[in-house]
Write a protein that binds this ligand. Structure first.
Ligand code: IPM
Ligand code: MN
Length: 380
């Protein structure tokens, strides 16, 4: 039997509060299923508190420390206050990437998956009833693109200053992210069949929509478009579509139910998934995973889409659903190699969904929601 070793990184702000509910839920799941073995170590870094005490947001060898774990579960990173020298650790600069980006890069977590499936009882911002059946998966390229942070400042601070911020797109990374999108589309067809909620895209059961800005950014747009068309030939069962990112933003709001799998660059994916989180019912219910599907020996990182919400930190007010659903995504990932973990992921998702449905429109404390989910897990 596999014992999964998880590095727990509570981080900043509401991170520690919501992650406490997730580890309680995981403990409950493991206690009730002898087939599931989870072990975790909790680290005080990366965090602003660590930065204050040590002058850096994590120990110099922190990536090496994390490398031995099967998975990383992260609460949230980010500190309130103005972006001054003390607070800039989350931002990348030319010498050091932010820990978040460093972990993604360090373990080559080249895909970020952010599912969009509104649960009953979650906030509904859209009036059209079709918005209740949204079923999207946004796949964000997570290793390069606009996040490589190459470029520089010439004549800095003068009226002649010129700044370049270069985006980099490689054949290799484009190939793997687009193929991954098609693979996920296929997996969704199988799942939807089991669940009896098949969809139709002009005779095909799933669709991949590529997002670019090829009308303004030609080199990248051309390569993505050509490679998308070539790879699509290997997936004749999957429908294809292309949107420009500005139009995609509009359509995510006007008729999001028309989308299935969406694949986008790092920055476009970042922006689109904040928008998509609203379709889920908000940041409070939007999970996320950073994965390296080509090398399962390197730890993936599971973190909610939300940030550290400093305005409500320490008040027992943050909704833990996103963090709990993120923990469920971790169990799903483990579940690809461990039946007990797969079962646990299903149970946790169901418990969160039931809790939301039963308590729609109610303001409840963080630990009250955690208690309710745990009580449901103990019964089920
Ligand atoms: C996210 C966040 C990060 C990103 C920031 C904090 C660097 O917005 O995970 O979506 O842009 O990737
Ligand atoms: Mn973001």
């Amino acid at each position: 039997q596999k014992t999964w070793r998880v590095a727990v990184l509570p981080g900043d702000g509401i991170g520690p509060e919501v992650i406490a509910q997730a580890t309680r839920a995981l403990d409950t799941l493991a206690a009730s299923d002898p087939g599931l073995a989870l072990e975790y170590d909790t680290f005080e870094w990366p965090s602003h508190a660590w930065h204050k005490a040590h002058g850096e947001s994590a120990p110099a060898d922190y990536l090496a420390q994390l490398a031995g774990y099967d998975a990383i579960l992260l609460g949230a990173l980010g500190d309130p206050g103005p972006i001054d020298d003390a607070n800039r650790y989350l931002l990348s600069d030319s010498d050091s990437l932010a820990p978040l980006l460093e972990i993604r890069k360090g373990f080559d977590q080249w895909v970020c998956e952010r599912p969009v499936r509104r649960l009953d009882g979650a906030l509904q911002y859209l009036a059209d009833p079709r918005a209740n059946d949204i079923d999207m998966l946004v796949i964000r390229e997570n290793s390069e693109g606009e996040y490589v942070n190459q470029g520089g400042r010439l004549a800095q601070g003068t009226p002649n200053e010129v700044v370049t911020q270069t985006a980099v797109f490689t054949h290799r990374a484009t190939d793997r992210i687009i193929r991954h999108a098609f693979e996920q589309a296929r997996a969704r067809v199988a799942l939807r069949k089991v669940e009896g909620r098949e969809r139709d895209f002009g005779g095909k059961a799933a669709q991949v929509c590529l997002v670019t800005k090829r009308n303004a950014q030609k080199f990248w747009g051309d390569m993505y478009t050509e490679m998308f068309a070539a790879i699509a030939k290997d997936y004749p069962d999957i429908a294809t579509h292309h949107e420009l990112v500005d139009a995609a933003c509009m359509k995510f709001v006007s008729h999001p139910w028309a989308f299935d799998v969406v694949v986008a660059s790092n920055l476009h994916g970042d922006i689109l998934t904040d928008l998509a989180a609203v379709l889920n019912g908000g940041m409070g219910v939007s999970p996320s995973a950073n994965l390296n599907p080509s090398d399962r020996t390197r730890p993936p990182m599971f973190e909610p889409t939300h940030g550290s919400a400093p305005d409500i930190a320490g008040q027992n007010r943050a909704g833990p659903a996103a963090m709990l659903l993120t923990a469920a995504m971790m169990l799903d990932w483990m579940g690809e190699a461990d039946e007990a973990a797969a079962r646990a992921g299903q149970r946790l998702k169901q418990a969160v969904a039931d809790d939301l449905a039963a308590n729609a429109d109610q303001r409840r404390a963080t630990d009250t929601i955690g208690d309710a989910v745990i009580a449901a897990l103990e019964k089920a």
